[in-house]
Design a protein around this ligand. Sequence first.
Ligand SMILES: [Zn+2]
Length: 245
Amino acid sequence: MKGLELLTVATYNTSFVVCPTLIYDEKDFILIDCGYPGTYDELKKALNQFNTSVKDLTYLIITHHDIDHIGNMHAIVEENPNIRILASYIEEPYLTGCELPIKLSSIDYKKNLDEVVESLPSPKQEIVKEALLHLSVPKVTAIHDNELLPFCGGIKVIFTPGHTPGHICLYLERYKTLVSGDELNVVDGKLMGPKPEYTQDIKKAIESLSKFKKYDIECVHCFHGGIYKDQPKSRIVQISTSDVV
Ligand SMILES: [Zn+2]
């Protein structure tokens, strides 16, 4: 038994989904990123589609601490206290509540988020507000650049700073698949670089694309936009050498 799946988890707007990755074998069920705060039921539904539940998960790997990637982390740990959470040592303080998530300290971002929350039907509003109060977890295991996690055929940690200071991508060796977090996105079927408007240091994020050179990538899982398979390596070179992000 082994497999790799891309989940689609509904967000506050029904036409917009985010895409955590699920990788599993006889020993482990690993979720990579976990969706917006207050979308726990939606995440559970997405796992159920692959006959998996939160209780089956052995690891949750977080690519970076933006709230769409960590929003259900607290609820997951409540239901499954044995799960281990892995993230880069640079992102760790944001996940354990020692540091406020970077984007939440921006007034404009907060205002935008408040507006989205206020527009939701009132029962959902309460769920989201409650989840936003619980974004952290007590324990995160720090991982490092180039570390090979010995799970599910080997998961290589690739530090790709820029979108956030400790953003990582993960290369799934068994599947020749790159899980890109927000370093790459699929927009209208096309593979694109990090979105400048949401990226803390766009120059650094573009430089980070060169870290993929040494990997044999046949497929990319993008948290925003889904799966991309059309010669991803040459497309990544194109993105990293063009001015158009
Ligand atoms: Zn994101």
